[in-house]
Design a protein. Structure first.
Ligand code: CA
Length: 456
């Protein structure tokens, strides 16, 4: 963030500071000192210097989170519940303040969740306890000697105890009637797993959410025939959450890409789970103008075929988001009525592990309009959609490398033997949404406008 130049007269800087504090514009001061005015504008995030993102609410027609009362987050907070936080400790204290009283929490600079109460950084060795050691863990549960049973015994117990110590630092709960917003263009929360668990009316905007890194992945042999490393943390997990608006966030593994992790027991030693997972009866969610990047499993909506309590819930709108260099789940859906419009998908030239974008699973009802995909030559339109126990997909206006395609027809023509044909009738038509642009227009606008630091 640019700062007011040192030559700015003290009185002008003071006037600006007071104006910002009061949430008022100070046109005289800015006219006298344009450079300082630009700095002040960025301090409130956005080009309009009078704009206070914390006080903004979701527009009346903007997706599922606008239904049934809408989403206001902490916009109604009194002055005692407006916080600017710069450390994990300050963030957690602000989130805890006043129970469900509306609150606005502004994140300034970079906050690392992997820090102790005095703000000192913690690494994986600081959490390890009871003799946990990766080399010993690998020796204990090597499938060639341990076999296919779930890990148990001293090393697994030590892993669990160590993982609990990390969870205590990085799992951060966000309660009802909260707005969490980044100040300026470079507000970062790294290492955290934000959890909106059983809460209602939450807004998260203008934030970089990075690297929810699991120090202690667990080996899970033979899960449905496939053994794999399982990791604990999503950057953002909505669990039984209602009325949530996620807007202009950038979520990624930045700092620790999984493709640089070793292969252990024949599998990538994954460190990250989802970027944004929406599960356990969550409902009425809008995700807009956000960027999901450089990651394996981006977004899971519904986490189990047997979670029939999700029936009639998991209603989500995804619009004007960028999914760039993600391997799968953009999103993968069970049960929900999910409106996917005007999103931009980019698979880079060097992506050799791409799996699919839209996952159509049990009782899902995805209504997709005017989305744009850009992929390298070895990826075909038939690769974009994958179904497991899914039966419907509505899609229109899809653009694939600049050409219109009908992904439903292509899926049914080229699906593998294990997938059944999908029908176009998803049983609903979205009513709450803004203007639906052409895929070409959306692709262009999202490339320029999605993600943290880009609210205009
Ligand atoms: Ca997850």
């Amino acid at each position: 963030m640019r700062r007011a130049p040192a030559t700015t007269p003290r009185a002008v800087r003071l006037a600006l500071a007071l104006a910002l504090f009061a949430g008022l514009a100070a046109p005289g001061a800015r006219a006298a000192e344009p450079a300082a005015g630009a700095g002040a504008a960025e301090a409130t995030a956005g080009r309009d210097p009078g704009r206070d993102l914390g006080r903004e609410t979701l527009a009346a027609d903007d997706g599922w989170a606008a239904a049934e009362g809408g989403t206001t987050g902490g916009a109604a907070a009194d002055e005692a519940h407006v916080f600017t936080v710069r450390s994990r400790g300050e963030l957690v204290r602000a989130l805890d303040a006043g129970g469900d009283t509306p609150k606005i929490i502004r994140i300034a600079g970079t906050i690392d969740a992997n820090t102790d109460d005095r703000g000192r950084p913690l690494d994986c060795s600081d959490y390890a306890t009871d003799g946990y050691d990766l080399t010993a863990y690998l020796a204990a549960y090597d499938p060639r000697t341990w076999g296919g049973a779930k890990p148990s015994g001293p090393q697994e117990e030590a892993r669990r105890a160590s993982a609990a110590r990390q969870a205590e630092r990085v799992e951060i709960a966000v309660g009802s009637n909260t707005t969490l917003v980044g100040l300026g263009e470079n507000a970062v929360l790294t290492g955290a797993s934000l959890r909106v668990d059983g809460a209602d009316n939450v807004i998260v905007r203008n934030l970089h959410l990075r690297d929810a890194y699991d120090c202690f992945p667990v080996w899970q042999p033979n899960q449905g025939g496939l053994s794999d490393w399982k990791t604990a943390y999503d950057n953002l997990w909505l669990r039984g959450a209602t009325h949530v608006w996620i807007d202009h966030v950038t979520v990624s593994d930045r700092g620790h890409p999984d493709d640089r992790e070793p292969t252990l027991f024949g599998r990538n030693y994954l460190r990250h789970d989802g970027l944004l997972d929406i599960t356990n009866g969550s409902d009425l969610i809008t995700v807009s103008w956000s960027r999901f990047a450089d990651h394996d499993k981006a977004m899971l909506i519904g986490n189990s075929d047997s979670a029939t309590g999700d029936r009639g819930r998991l209603r989500v709108t995804l619009h004007h988001n960028a999914f760039e260099n993600v391997v799968q789940r953009a999103p993968r859906v069970r049960f929900g009525q999910v409106h996917v419009y005007n999103n931009r998908y980019v698979v880079p030239e060097n992506a050799h592990d791409y799996r699919y974008s839209w996952g159509i699973s049990t009782e899902s009802a995805v209504y997709a309009e005017n989305n744009a995909f850009t992929t390298p030559g070895h990826i075909e339109a038939a690769d974009l959609v994958k179904s497991w126990n899914g039966s419907t997909l509505h899609q229109t206006g899809t653009l694939f490398n600049g050409y219109p395609v009908d992904l439903l027809t292509i899926h049914n023509a080229y699906n593998s033997g294990s997938e059944r044909d999908l029908t176009a009738d998803v049983g609903w038509t979205p009513a709450l949404h803004g203007r639906v642009d052409s895929a070409q227009r959306a692709d262009h606008d999202v490339a320029r406008g999605a993600g943290a630091g880009r609210i205009r």
